[in-house]
Design a protein around this ligand. Structure first.
Ligand SMILES: Nc1ncnc2c1ncn2[C@@H]1O[C@H](COP(=O)(O)OP(=O)(O)OP(=O)(O)O)[C@@H](O)[C@H]1O
Length: 637
């Protein structure tokens, strides 16, 4: 057999050769050799090829497209004309766009002419160093890279345009909507003579519904003759759509990991080598356990992992679920700071919370939705927890891939309900995403442990009606998300163990929802609670609730609904139902007496007030309905 020649994987061995300053920059970043995807993609994307790059999470795709873009812009014969754009990088989320911009800025710090133009925002500092020497100046013809980040949020499109005109940025990085807005300005030019490259990062997500239209409009504003690169950890599902986004005979680069499948228990035969779409340093495990054992199991995992996880990402299905569990988890997971992050948070909160998690020096949990599933590079994340698998199986590897990045050890644990959900294991294996049972740490949860945690959560919920509202809303949104699972034969709403789920969530009763119409279990979950007197901690809100209860509509509704409830309740809860009716009669009599004593003027005033309250209630209900719909539209930024 011919001896194998060892491949030189250093950055300086790449052809075409990289500029010296780039080799110095990656060296200073501590990168001794290229990652496989960088080794394959940089040379190709530096030439005139379109590329479609599929490589496991955390494999260094960002530099694989940034280095060629920067190199080519700095090799032009002359600088681009004012307000001409050389390259555009499109990302599906603000966080990811910000991260790409940060990596680019840290690269450009090593290129003196570009570094001189970096803004405080580009560098990771928001303070100007008054003692710093003046920035050097360069002759007018000097080539340089000027990046601009376009995100939306608190910065208006007009401000974006004004920054662009002032700085004449030649690389734009942003989310589709904001990029499109800037490109529609007649002052921003992308002609054939200067536009060089377009990169779609997390390409398959960008091609998903919701981004397509913006993307197509962006493409229509770019010259046909350009280089295009699609980068993602899961490109395959999007390949048939590539033609639509206009790639010219792209070179396909797929960097996968080889793994040996589990050996055959009967024959003792070794498993065959299979492709895996996740990094070797990432252990992907699952735990089949009833819903009410999940939080206790998480508590056990967090307390017994050695070393203790410093940064954990905890995925939930919806924003409303995050809004609820952010109150619950700090109570049950001692010693961890819980930081919520989801797509409905205002931009400022989203940024603040993200930075809080990244900069935290004590053990922290980022409690989030799929808004943080893709591309985010927080190198020190050692653990990913998924309370349930994501609705879209493509998202699964992206969620897990937030841990075990760049060769660092990581663990991702997914929880599955016993029963049909166990088929998800085979479902993933067929998709080259094998997961193994969690063997260490050991998780032994007794029914008593589960009951104790459930009780603790319920006690907390019972302290404030506002948390109760969040629980109900979170649970309804979770059920809706569950019903939208792509693998609909595995995740079936009719198979859900409602009572178990109610305990797992610490609910005080199951919400009224169509999914539960035919379920004849105990919707009160065995909790005796007087919901009429259950108050909001916030005094203003409580006053408003009481006022709403007094409106004729509310009373009518209350009375109308009672018989329906009673018919189910009398069998099991005769005494409580009787008490309810008596209390209701008393309230009605009290109200009748009160109204009888009112003067005409007082009665008119009261009617006016009730009208206002009703109007307010309607607009709140409409907003809640809209919020609920938005929840499932995805996070299109
Ligand atoms: N040549 C290299 N050697 C070592 N580490 C590297 C190298 N290149 C990049 N990294 C580091 O690897 C980590 C992951 O890189 P990056 O975010 O580009 O991965 P990715 O492939 O885009 O991941 P994802 O698919 O999740 O977006 C980063 O922390 C980065 O600093």
């Amino acid at each position: 057999m011919a001896p194998q020649t060892k491949v030189d994987r250093s950055f300086s061995a790449l052809t075409p050769a990289l500029s010296e300053w780039i080799v110095d920059a990656v060296d200073a970043m501590g990168f001794v050799k290229t990652t496989p995807v960088q080794h394959a993609a940089i040379p190709l994307f530096m030439k005139n090829s379109d590329v479609v790059v599929e490589a496991v999470t955390g494999s260094g795709k960002t530099l694989a497209f940034l280095i060629p873009i920067v190199e080519r812009l700095l090799r032009l014969d002359a600088p681009l004309k004012k307000h001409h754009v050389g390259a555009i990088i499109i990302s599906p989320t603000r966080e990811l766009a910000t991260q790409i911009h940060t990596v680019l800025a840290s690269l450009l710090k090593f290129h003196a002419p570009s570094a001189a133009l970096l803004q405080p925002d580009d560098e990771d500092s928001d303070m100007e160093d008054v003692d710093a020497p003046p920035k050097p100046t360069f002759p007018p013809g000097t080539l340089k890279v000027v990046p601009q980040l376009l995100l939306g949020g608190s910065i208006t499109p007009a401000q974006d345009l004004s920054v662009f005109l002032k700085r004449s940025a030649n690389i734009l990085i942003g989310t589709p909507g904001r990029l499109l807005q800037l490109l529609t300005s007649p002052h921003v030019h992308c002609p054939q003579s200067s536009f060089d490259a377009l990169v779609l990062d997390e390409a398959d997500r960008l091609l998903d519904l919701g981004f397509k239209e913006d993307l197509q409009r962006i493409l229509s504003r770019l010259p046909k003759q350009r280089r295009t690169g699609l980068f993602s950890a899961s490109v395959s599902e999007a390949v048939d759509q590539l033609i639509r986004v206009g790639l010219r005979n792209p070179v396909r680069i797929a960097v996968k990991v080889k793994t040996r499948a589990a050996s055959n228990g009967n024959t003792g035969e070794e498993g065959k080598i299979e492709d895996k779409r996740t990094p070797a340093s990432l252990q992907m495990s699952y735990l089949v356990t009833p819903p009410s054992h999940k939080i206790p199991a998480i508590r056990q995992i967090l307390s017994s992992l050695e070393p203790q996880p410093q940064k954990t990402i905890f995925y939930l299905a919806t924003c409303f679920a995050v809004d609820y569990f952010q109150h619950i988890l700090p109570e049950v997971l001692d010693g961890y700071a819980v930081v919520p992050l989801h797509g409905k948070h205002p931009d400022k909160v989203r940024r603040k919370n993200f930075n809080k998690f990244v900069d935290s020096v004590t053990p922290s949990i980022l409690l989030t939705t799929d808004v943080a599933a893709r591309g985010l590079d927080i190198p020190s994340v050692d653990l990913v927890l998924q309370l349930d698998p994501p609705s879209d199986p493509k998202t699964f590897i992206h969620r897990c891939g937030r841990a075990g990045r760049a060769g660092r050890k990581g663990l991702a644990v997914t929880f599955l309900n016993p029963g049909p959900e166990e088929d998800y294991i085979e479902f993933l294996r067929v998709r080259q995403t094998p997961i193994t049972p969690l063997s260490s740490p050991d998780c032994i949860i007794t029914p008593e442990d589960a009951e104790a945690v459930s009780k603790k959560i319920r006690c907390l919920v019972a302290t404030d009606r506002a948390i109760y509202d969040k629980a109900q809303r979170g649970f309804v949104s979770w059920v809706r998300a569950y019903s939208k699972h792509t693998a609909s034969s595995i995740f079936r709403v009719p198979d859900l163990p409602w009572s178990e789920l109610g305990h797992a969530w610490g609910l005080l009763r199951l919400p009224r929802m169509p999914e539960l119409k035919t379920w004849d279990g105990d919707k009160s979950l065995g909790v005796a609670m007087d919901f009429d007197t259950f108050a909001y901690k916030d005094k203003v809100r409580e006053k408003q609730r009481l006022a709403e209860l007094e409106t004729p509509e509310a009373r009518k509704k209350h009375v109308k609904e009672k018989p329906r409830e009673e018919s189910a309740w009398t069998e099991k809860k005769g005494l409580k139902a009787y008490k309810d009716v008596r209390r209701e009669k008393k309230v009605a009599k009290r109200e009748h007496d009160r109204v009888a004593k009112l003067t005409d003027e007082e009665r008119r005033e009261e009617e006016k007030l009730q009208g206002m309250i009703e109007q307010m209630r309607k607009s709140v209900a409409a907003k809640e309905k809209q919020d609920m719909e938005d929840e499932f539209e995805g996070f299109s930024d």
